[in-house]
Design a protein. Structure first.
Length: 256
């Protein structure tokens, strides 16, 4: 069973480049951008890029994405809060990897969405485990208010991944279900038994067993001899070969 699982996993990884690329790109861009900003900015420093709309604002966040704590900061200490989010993030990563495996044959859109979610969660998890806090540096301002607080690339990937995930379920999920059903029907034989391609090798008939199952009268029959196949009326009498010579001698005596 383990060999079968690893065979399926290897087969999946061969065409899973989209979601794997999304995971790697999101995680790498998030961590690199955090390191660059941390090296050139100090905590609390703000650099305006588009006045009244967008700026860089570097802070350390001990809460969840977009500085949300869901009220837990009132009952937990900062250290307990970080530990809580570390555990939740690890559980979420395991769950999303499992969902990605379940959806491995579905539309690339949902797989990329899950890859973005996993990459974003991983980027923030690294910060929480290494620094015990998350580095945020992006800030959007609407009508003079920072509506999302300070956030980072990982937070953006999480949001866009959830949006793509929702779009898939609203517009593409039913079409995917129909395609999967058609594929299963095409892979099944007319009597409902799976074809040899989807049947384990141990259950497929071998060449030896196929050869043994041939009728015995075809494998054991030996060719009959020429004498046995010749009709009885055509049997040659040995004496018939001598008759021409005897007739020739009698004719010679008569002439003499």
């Amino acid at each position: 069973m383990k060999d079968n699982f690893f065979a399926k996993l290897w087969s999946y990884l061969k065409y899973a480049w989209r979601e794997l690329l999304a995971i790697v790109v999101v995680a790498v861009v998030d961590l690199v951008s955090k390191n660059v900003v941390e090296s050139i900015m100090t905590e609390g420093q703000k650099i305006t890029v588009i006045p009244g709309l967008f700026s860089f604002y570097f802070t350390y966040n001990e809460k969840a994405a977009y500085s949300f704590a869901f009220g837990l900061d009132k009952v937990l200490t900062p250290n307990q809060l970080i530990n809580f989010f570390v555990v939740i993030t690890i559980i979420a990563l395991i769950a999303f990897f499992f969902i990605l495996w379940i959806f491995r044959k579905r539309n690339p859109l949902v797989r990329v969405a899950l890859g973005m979610i996993i990459g974003g969660a991983f980027g923030n998890l690294v910060d929480r485990m290494v620094l015990r806090k998350v580095r945020d540096f992006l800030c959007l301002t609407v009508f003079g208010k920072d509506i999302f607080g300070s956030f980072n690339v990982a937070d953006m990937a999480l949001v866009f991944g959830v949006i793509l995930f929702a779009i898939y379920f609203i517009f593409l999920f039913d079409k995917d279900e129909e395609k999967l059903k058609e594929t299963k029907k095409a892979c099944a034989s007319p009597n409902g038994v799976e074809s040899a391609e989807n049947t384990p090798e141990s259950e497929q008939p071998s060449e030896t067993s196929t050869a043994v199952s041939q009728p015995e009268n075809e494998t054991s029959a030996s060719p009959a001899s020429a004498d046995e196949q010749r009709p009885t009326g055509e049997n040659v009498n040995p004496d018939d070969t001598e008759q021409p010579d005897e007739i020739a001698e009698e004719n010679h005596d008569t002439d003499a």
